[in-house]
Design a protein around this ligand. Structure first.
Ligand code: I22
Length: 222
């Protein structure tokens, strides 16, 4: 399962990039607006620093507007994925951008009929919003499994990326359920490391080692 970071924050991206496994960075208009910098410059900067995809979301409302934005954004870095809303206009823009060789993601996926259409249109990725589904009593993980099954049966190559992640256990469940990828906010990435037992265990090892070293030192001084 590929791992993406859902942020446009430079410090967060720098921290998570140290581990070498990030497939890329995903953004959306809410994430970009937190940075208080010019959109294009944010994407150009991220793209020059990471080795992976950078996902940019269009904000136009018609297919024509989305196509123009997507074309322009695709020149902002070496591996840009254009995010389009899963609407009639969005899917039509996705089809056109795909024809031009631009990678596309359908975002805001909430229903299985949407999955069928996106897979049929041959988009590269779809993003079901797990956390927001769960908020509305839709079983997000079950949705991912069914989306994968549909794509498999349709012989499509669309990848399923779990988005709107609210806790580390969902990341584990996504990995088990065969999701192709997950995108998580930085606070979840940090939480993935956390274990009191690891910290207590490590403290114990280091204390024992210190005691052993000082016992050896005092043996030598006799
Ligand atoms: O790339 C994507 C999805 O295509 C993500 O950036 C996606 O927009 C985000 O995961 C969600 O919007 C975050 O959702 P939430 O945590 O605000 O519920």
């Amino acid at each position: 399962m590929d791992i993406y970071l859902d942020t446009a924050n430079e410090q967060e991206i720098e921290f998570a990039s140290k581990y070498g496994f990030l497939a890329g960075i995903t953004t959306n208009p809410s994430i970009i607006s937190k940075e208080n910098r010019e959109f294009r410059q944010i994407i150009v900067d991220i793209s020059s620093k990471i080795n992976g995809e950078v996902w940019c979301q269009v904000t136009g409302e018609t297919a024509e507007e989305m196509i123009l934005e997507g074309r322009e954004m695709s020149t902002w870095g070496k591996d840009i994925v254009i995010k389009l809303p899963m609407t009639e206009e969005g899917l039509s823009a996705a089809y056109q951008l795909k024809q031009e060789g631009i990678k596309v993601n359908m975002t805001l996926i909430y229903t299985l009929p949407q999955v069928v259409l996106a897979a049929k249109a041959g988009v590269d990725f779809i993003s079901p919003y797990i956390g927001r589904m769960d908020d509305h009593a839709i079983d997000g993980l079950q949705f991912i499994k069914e989306a994968k099954e549909i794509i498999h049966q349709m012989h499509a190559e669309t990848k399923v990326i779990g988005a709107s992640i609210r806790n580390p256990q969902v990341v584990v469940d996504l990995a088990k359920s065969g999701a192709d990828a997950v995108t998580m906010p930085f606070y979840i990435f940090k939480k993935m490391f956390a274990s009191d037992l690891t910290n207590i265990g490590l403290k114990g090892f280091l204390n024992d080692w210190k005691q052993y070293q000082s016992a050896k030192k005092s043996e030598k001084s006799y």
